[in-house]
Design a protein. Sequence first.
Length: 649
Amino acid sequence: MLKTVRVPPRFEPLFEQAQEFVGRIFAERSDIPDKGRIEVFGQRYMLVRARAMSVEFFEMVQRLYRDKGQDEALGVARSLLFDIAHAMGLSDANDFAERMHLQDPIARLSAGPIHFSHSGWAFVDISPESRPAPDESFYLLYDHPYSFESDSWIDAGKRPDFPVCVMNAGYSSGWCEASFGVPLVATEILCRAKGDDHCRFIMAHPSRIEGYIDAYLHGQPHLAAHVTRYEIPGFFSRKQQEDELKSREEQYRGIFEAGTNALLILDEAGVIVQANPAASRLFRCSRPELAGRSFADLLNAGADLFARLRAAVHDHGHFLSEGTATATDGRTYVVELRGARFRLQNRDHLLAVLTDITEQNRAQLALRQAHDELEQRVRERTAELERLNQQLHLLNGQLVSARDSAIDASRAKSAFLANMSHELRTPLNAIIGYSELLEDESGEEGRQHLDLGDLGKIRGSARHLLALINDILDVSKIEAGKMELFVEDFAVDELVAEVVATIEPLVRKNDNRLEITTRPGLGAVALDRTKVKQIIINLLGNACKFTHSGVIGLLVAREDGPHGEQLVVAVQDTGIGIDPTRLEELFQPFRQADESTTRKYGGTGLGLSISRHYAEMMRGRIDARSAPGQGSTFTVTLPLSARGVEAAE
């Protein structure tokens, strides 16, 4: 049931659908005064005081234009309000039609009156006499009960002698224009603000609205006395129209004379009425000689061409074609012919505009030939590229095969290393165990026959080889993606004590001094305890190896990082140092900054590579800073917890 609008029964189903949709839109309203916002269905709206857009607006314009007279001030105010409201109606109609997915003109119109009611403009009552149609016959007769503009004047206690509902007329005509796709204007002929019973409007095409108003008043003679001082937007008196027409003809005359294209004014029979100087130059004869001649005599196939021009202009208002024109000296031209209506001395004529395109056609022909040649070259290049593409496809297949082979070889290598490491560790553990057993079980008598120094060398070599194999096994696991994390909670200071106990013999071996710095509040972390310990021991072991009679520093602290608190371990030495340009090579497997160090100091270059992988597995990092002769600093940064990393791995 319709509550927000009254329409003829034949339109009610569409308006009921619009009422439901628009009602839902305005039900979703939120006021946010602390942000200066009012939102309806996700779009921003504004509340404007009604009197400010009507009574007070007219009074302000009249003050500004008081030196021009009241009528001119009134005209300015009406024009401004109508144009603003008309533009708003166009915009809102298109927005609602898009959101409601509407195509039918009546359906597009239906949301307008209901939107009017919800937004506080007016209630709309459409008369059954209305005949809305998508052409110049459009006719809409309607009332706006409760118009905000009339109410503003009535509430202010003012009684104008002219209809005041200008914005209502502008908005509704803008909405209908967007819905039906034809220019429309609306005029208020009766207004409650000036004492009439209704605020009544007539909407129509600009060319028909005066006739519709006259016809309505002829059928309602008792209303004629009340219909006073109404204004049709954009229309003037006949005197103004005549002045405008005269001025326009003068402008056209100047354009006609100065035009660079040949202009011919023709009557309905195709006889030339007037020609401009450019036409005289094109046809090589004077303007008086052209006047009175038939258009068909000047162009090849002229009779047929003129018939098509006249029919197209009458049906569509314009014509465009090409033809061949012949001058009086026999010279021929290719011309572009345009046709249009032309009003001369209050009579309808045809205007033929001829443009010499002979050189343009020659240029286009040359361009077309060049284009064809270019297309042929493109086809040849395309075929060549296709052949190259096939070769690349074959090459790509070979590269993919080579890549797969390399991947398989890498996997086989990793599997071999893992298997061989396991196979070698078993006898090495046996060698170490038996050498220790022999040393423990040898008494004084046995020591006389057993060289314990040689036995220690055997055990040391075996342990060194076992450590090397363990490193190789770790590298193979990392490369095979089989290295796992075992996260547990542990106290950092306890881990530091274990590391120090393990590394102290190696520090003393090269006559170094170990300096430990632990910041207060280390607390506990949730990381892989074994891998953290191995990282620190690897870094301290490297520092001891490359430092003699120097200082080995270990700093452990909790510091703020970009993602919160983190564990920082820094190992600093006063050893031989490294060229900064070769620091990154230290983290590559089996690489050292200087190959000579392998011979002098030993080692495989696996420790730092493994340590970096361990740190990255726990979402940490290792940074290095060094210079030859100035020692090195390796800094490990780890999160306080690696929970969840196991699952991600």
